[in-house]
Design a protein around this ligand. Structure first.
Ligand code: ATR
Length: 276
């Protein structure tokens, strides 16, 4: 039997995932022997595939769209941040045979903002666009940074309102529809809608971004996303996509699995170079 520990990312579609490349670079950098592959797994196939993966000796999994809620339900033990976001992107086999579920998306985002881009959140007015799974995963870690105000805006306003209510004991947070943003300004706008993936943008008022404000799209691509372009067109100091978050959330998963946190900067720089 192979002594190489086996890891994978499950999702659908998964063909263009950068996770295998990132984790192989981490393994090389830290001198760890492991394999990491991307496997096309639909929601319907997930229960069988995840059970089969761990039964066959797999050590850890990343789960991406559309599997994060299913991974949350599968995990036998969950971290507090996974419980709060009700979504899991990292599964890890533990020595007692249980499978731990964690969500490293939010801390990956916050690390990218703070450490890689020196963007502080404390005392800042922050807007999150979208009230789906991606938004849910980042609200807790953002509130921990003590923004002066956090607003969730969504096409379906009710979803933003109820999501904000869920987190209301933890900071100044409210939810609304896009039309309610007309008179507001923010220091940081985060796009957590899936609109970017189809090249679309939520309807945003022109003066939404405060002077010196910045934009961040959780999505990434080889070309600037529609929201990154919106940020540039509206004078953002920084208008970033989610490549840094992707690498930082992967580093957190690697830490959970292997007990060592790899250097992320060289990996972000390499992947950024490769898309230019
Ligand atoms: P994810 O896990 O990627 O967050 P999701 O849970 O399906 O996916 O959530 C998608 C989010 O993107 C939702 O907030 C959705 O708005 P609705 O709740 O109103 O559906 C938002 N979204 C998707 N396409 C959009 C578009 N073209 N314009 C604005 N918001 C959009």
């Amino acid at each position: 039997m192979s002594t190489t520990d086996r890891y994978a990312v499950f999702g659908s579609p998964i063909k263009h995932s950068k996770s295998p490349r990132i984790h192989r670079l981490f393994a090389e950098q830290t001198g760890q022997a492991l394999s990491y592959e991307a496997l096309e797994v639909t929601a319907e196939a997930f229960p069988d595939e995840v059970g089969g993966f761990f039964a066959a000796g797999g050590k850890g999994l990343n789960c991406t769209v559309p599997l994060k809620e299913l991974a949350y339900r599968f995990a036998g033990v969950k971290t507090e941040r996974a419980e709060r976001s009700k979504a899991v992107n990292t599964l890890a086999l533990q020595t007692d045979g249980t499978v731990l579920g964690d969500n490293t998306d939010g801390c990956g985002l916050v690390t990218d903002l703070l450490s890689n881009h020196q963007l502080t959140l404390a005392g800042k007015r922050v807007l999150i666009l979208g009230a789906g799974g991606a938004s849910r995963g980042i609200i807790g870690p953002i509130l921990e940074q003590a923004p002066s105000r956090l607003v969730i805006a969504n096409r379906t306003a009710d979803k933003a309102v109820s999501l904000a209510e869920e987190f209301s004991t933890r900071g100044d947070i409210s939810g609304c529809g896009f039309e309610a943003l007309a008179q507001s300004q923010f220091d940081l706008i985060l796009n957590a809608t899936s609109a970017s993936l189809s090249g679309q943008l939520p309807p945003l008022p022109d003066h939404l971004l405060a002077g010196q404000g910045s934009c961040y799209d959780l999505a990434y691509g080889n070309e600037p996303t529609a929201f990154v372009r919106w940020g540039i067109a509206h004078g953002a100091r920084l208008s970033l996509d989610g490549l840094g978050m992707l690498v930082e959330q992967a580093a957190e998963a690697f830490l959970i699995w292997r007990g060592v946190r790899p250097q992320t900067r060289p990996v972000i720089e390499l992947l950024d170079q490769e898309r230019k």
